[in-house]
Design a protein around this ligand. Structure first.
Ligand SMILES: NC(=O)c1ccc[n+]([C@@H]2O[C@H](COP(=O)([O-])OP(=O)(O)OC[C@H]3O[C@@H](n4cnc5c(N)ncnc54)[C@H](OP(=O)(O)O)[C@@H]3O)[C@@H](O)[C@H]2O)c1
Length: 334
C-alpha cells in the first residue's frame, strides 16, 4: 500500500520541542503530549480533530494518547484517529508514540471492564483494529482492579509485549502501594513498567505524597493528565463561562459550579503568571515541568490556538522560591 500522505509535516517540527527520557528507559517523550479524551469523538468536528493532530505534530508533539473508551461514543476517538492516521500520518508512523488503555467499562457483561486477561486481550485487539495499527507504542492498564490478582493483570501486559502488540506498558491511576507491587511483578517478568499516568496539576497534587518518589526510585516515567484541570487553569473562565467551553458543554467531568468555586484562586494565579510573562495555561504547564521526574505533560485541546499557546510553556520552566511560595499560599487559601 502507498505510504503517501496528503499532509506534509512542518520541516521545523523538531526545532523547538524538548524531549525527556521516560524513567530509565530508552524512550524519549516530548515535554508536551496530546490526549484524545475529548474533541475526537463522533460528535466532534472531524476536520477540527484532524487539524489538532497536524498542529500538534507540526510543533514537535510526537505523542498521542488514547484509550478504548474515548469518544463519545466509546471507541470513536480511536476510530477517528485511525482515519486521520491513514489520511495524514501514514509515512510518519515511526515518528509517533501512540498509546491506548483499557480498564474502564467498555462493553456489556463480565468481560468488558476492569483488569482480567480476558478483557484486556480483547480490548487491545479491538483498539488495534479501530486504529488500523499492528501495534501500539504504549499500552496502559487504565485503573487498578482490586478483585483481579495483580499477577494476572501484569502478566497480561507482559504477554502483549511478547506478542508484539505493544512495545511498552504503563499503569494509570494506581496509588503508590499498588504501583510498587505491580512494578516489581513486571520487572520480574522481564517487561519493566515504562510509565505511570496520574492526574496532576496545581489543583490536584496527590502525586507529591509518595508516587513521584516511587517513580524516581524505580526508574519509571511520569506523564501527567489534566494539567490544566480540564481548562480551569487557563484564563478562559476569568470573564465568564464561554458557551463552547468544557464546563458549559455537557461534560460529566467538569461543570460551571466547580469553575465558579475555584475562580478566586484562578484569578490570583493568573496574576503570578502575568508577572512571569506567561498566561495561566502556560504557567500551569511550566509548573509541572519544573520537576525533572515528570517526563511529559498530557494536554487536551479543542482548538489549534490552544496547542500553539500551550507549547510556549516549555520556554520557561524555572520558578523562583518566592513564586513557588506565593503559589502555595494561593492554593492553601479557603
Ligand atoms: N488516565 C486517565 O485516567 C486520564 C483521565 C483524563 C485524561 N487523561 C488524558 O489526559 C489528556 C488531557 O486531559 P484533559 O483534556 O483533562 O487536559 P487539560 O489540558 O487539563 O484540559 C484540556 C482543556 O483545557 C482547555 N485548554 C487547553 N489548552 C488551553 C489553552 N492554552 N488556553 C485555554 N484553554 C485551554 C480546553 O478546554 P475547552 O474544551 O473548554 O476549550 C481543553 O479541552 C486526555 O485527553 C487523556 O489523554 C487520562
Amino acid at each position: 500500500m502507498s505510504k503517501k500522505n496528503s499532509y506534509i509535516a512542518d520541516a521545523k517540527r523538531y526545532d523547538t520541542m524538548k524531549f525527556r527520557r521516560t524513567g530509565k528507559s530508552g524512550l524519549l517523550l516530548p515535554e508536551l503530549s496530546l490526549g484524545l479524551w475529548h474533541n475526537f469523538g463522533d460528535d466532534d468536528n472531524f476536520k477540527n480533530s484532524r487539524n489538532l493532530l497536524k498542529c500538534a505534530f507540526d510543533n514537535g508533539i510526537t505523542h498521542f494518547d488514547l484509550a478504548n473508551n474515548y469518544g463519545p461514543p466509546p471507541g470513536s476517538a480511536e476510530r477517528n484517529f485511525g482515519k486521520i492516521l491513514q489520511k495524514d500520518f501514514k509515512s510518519y508512523r515511526d515518528e509517533l508514540i501512540i498509546s491506548t488503555k483499557a480498564g474502564y467499562g467498555m462493553w456489556a457483561g463480565p468481560y468488558g471492564d476492569l483488569g482480567s486477561k480476558k478483557f484486556l486481550v480483547a480490548s487491545l485487539d479491538q483498539s488495534l483494529q479501530r486504529m488500523g495499527l499492528d501495534y501500539v507504542d504504549i499500552f496502559y492498564h487504565h485503573r487498578p482492579d482490586y478483585d483481579t490478582p495483580l499477577e494476572e493483570t501484569m502478566g497480561t501486559l507482559d504477554l502483549m509485549v511478547r506478542q508484539g502488540k505493544a512495545l511498552y506498558v504503563g499503569l494509570s491511576n494506581y496509588q503508590p502501594e499498588e504501583a510498587k507491587k505491580a512494578f516489581q511483578i513486571l520487572k520480574d517478568l522481564g517487561t519493566p513498567c515504562l510509565i505511570h499516568q496520574p492526574r496532576y496539576s496545581l489543583f490536584d497534587r496527590w502525586i507529591e505524597d509518595g508516587l513521584l518518589d516511587l517513580l524516581e526510585n524505580t526508574g519509571v516515567g511520569a506523564i501527567c493528565f489534566s494539567p490544566l484541570a480540564q481548562g480551569m487553569l487557563t484564563n478562559k473562565y476569568i470573564n465568564g463561562l464561554p458557551k463552547d467551553s468544557r464546563a458549559v458543554k455537557d461534560s460529566p467531568f467538569l461543570n460551571s459550579n466547580q469553575v465558579l468555586e475555584m475562580l478566586p484562586k484562578i484569578k490570583a494565579l493568573n496574576e503570578i503568571a502575568a508577572s512571569r510573562n506567561q498566561n495561566l495555561a502556560q504557567m500551569a504547564i511550566s509548573w509541572i515541568l519544573k520537576d525533572q521526574r515528570i517526563t511529559s505533560v498530557l494536554i487536551g485541546a479543542s482548538k489549534t490556538e490552544q496547542i500553539l499557546d500551550s507549547v510556549k510553556a516549555i520556554e520557561n520552566t524555572t520558578f523562583s522560591e518566592n513564586e513557588l511560595d506565593t503559589i502555595d499560599e494561593i492554593l492553601k487559601t479557603k
